[in-house]
Design a protein around this ligand. Structure first.
Ligand code: HEM
Length: 414
């Protein structure tokens, strides 16, 4: 490195529980004092300002996704799980032209008409879940509602049997654990157990792909299983479809669930905001955008820098791993007035970077935008007096990428 790399805030530790629970004071301090710095213990450069992250996300040639997050497959599973199943197989780790071609095809499942058709089933999913716990006067909102709404909505898009829900939920958890293995290592026994379950889930899903090729429906699995390229050959192999299905489940379950959970917390702290939405339900959609801005479900996005690049007067050398701190960027004082105020009537909340930007902008954003307003509206229609149980400790998973709240105890009634 030709210049000394700025060290950044001494208390920057994105795996510390205090940071995960509330990263904003540290990130806003970094934005003011040391907006681009080298986080030595983690081996990555952190970029914190909205303006710089916005630029980085728009420049895919300098800020590449290629080869990110490759997860080595343990030897004993290599005949069941292909190499690069996550790193090079998923959309998030690809660069153009392959990424452009694949994304265009998968995106057909997320067009407006498909999302509109999902609204009634999603509403039904929400009601069914609430029916199961409303008489109890209390619930763990994350496990009994938020994670269930998001998982069931994607599973509906895939037209998978509801009997498979526990297995698919487990697949999301196992994928998260094997991806985080490098930073938060598992025991040998746990690693083997998780890989065994993932391999089995892939084998089962592969049999579903075969069945859809033989008798296609309207769902996203059939769509990927039957699409032909210009050469008349199938575009996606079974292995590729399995990787994309797992990616959709992984990327779309915990994110939308945590958006809803965090909005409940924000409403509980500022009931006037909830009253404003109850008085005007057309505010549910903008309120969800503000929810993403205010407590972004994704802490940061990783990229590899392909050539030396200068942001906020700091030069990052070619080959560096960078962490684009989108959640802090959405609270950047230089971008948003009163950034720490949750305001459902904020007119520019939708310009947040919570879904990323550019070529890799969240493919599932239309699904979240369909699902979260319904999930929130139905929750408060059915349980208007819902409140967060006071004094509970909020426990988050330790991850560098997503905000994952494990439980949220809520109650209602007398
Ligand atoms: C509040 C909810 C969500 C948030 C905050 C979120 C966040 C993000 C972000 C920040 C990215 C960009 C990552 C990057 O540039 O490296 C992304 C990409 C992606 N998201 Fe989401 N996401 C959400 C919901 C969903 C849902 C519901 C799905 C699918 C059902 C989904 C599927 C994807 C996929 C497949 C990509 C990769 C796209 C590509 O590389 O072209 N996400 N998401």
């Amino acid at each position: 490195m030709s210049q000394a790399a700025p060290a950044g805030p001494a208390d920057f530790n994105p795996l510390a529980p205090e940071f995960i629970a509330d990263p904003y004071e540290i990130l806003q301090r970094a934005q003011r004092e040391s907006p681009v710095f080298f986080a030595e213990p983690f081996g990555f450069w952190a970029i914190t300002r909205y303006e710089d992250i916005d630029k980085a996300l728009g420049d895919f040639e300098t800020f590449s996704n290629n080869s990110l997050a490759d997860v080595p497959v343990p030897e004993q599973f290599q005949d069941r799980v292909p190499p690069g199943f996550f790193g090079t197989g998923s959309l998030i780790s690809q660069d153009p032209p392959r990424h452009t071609e694949r994304r265009k095809l998968i995106n057909k499942a997320f067009v407006r008409s498909r999302m509109e058709a999902l609204e009634a089933p999603i509403r039904q999913i929400c009601h069914d879940l609430i029916d199961e716990f409303i008489a109890d006067g209390k619930a763990d909102l994350m496990t009994q509602y938020c994670y269930q709404v998001s998982l069931r909505s994607i599973v509906h898009l895939m037209d998978m049997p509801t009997d498979d829900l526990p297995m698919l939920r487990q697949l999301v958890d196992d994928q998260g654990a094997v991806v985080s293995d490098a930073i938060s290592p598992m025991s040998e026994e746990e690693r083997n157990m998780r890989w065994e379950r993932m391999a089995k889930a892939r084998e089962y899903l592969s049999s579903i792909v075969d069945a859809r090729r033989a008798a296609p429906g309207e769902d996203i699995v059939s769509q990927m299983a039957t699409v032909n390229g210009e050469d008349g050959e199938l575009v996606f192999s079974n292995d590729e479809i399995l990787t994309h299905l797992t990616e959709l489940l992984f990327a779309g379950t915990d994110t939308t669930a945590n958006l809803m959970g965090q909005m409940v917390i924000a409403f509980d702290k500022d009931p006037a905001q909830l009253e404003a939405v109850k008085a005007d339900p057309s505010l549910w959609a903008p309120a969800c955008e503000e929810g993403i801005r205010f407590r972004t479900p994704t802490h940061g996005i990783f990229r590899i820098v392909t050539k030396d690049v200068t942001l906020s007067d700091v030069t990052i050398p070619a080959g560096s791993l960078v962490w684009l701190g989108v959640s802090g960027a959405n609270r950047d004082e230089a971008r948003y007035g009163c950034p720490n105020h949750f305001d459902v009537q904020r007119t520019d909340a939708g310009e947040h970077l919570g879904f990323g930007k550019g070529r890799h902008k969240c493919l599932g954003a239309p699904l979240t935008r369909a699902e979260a307003p319904i999930g929130m509206a139905v929750l408060y229609e059915r349980i208007p007096g819902l409140r967060v149980v006071a004094g509970q400790e909020l426990d988050y998973e330790r991850t560098l990428v997503a905000v994952l709240l494990k439980h949220l105890q809520v109650e209602w009634g007398a």
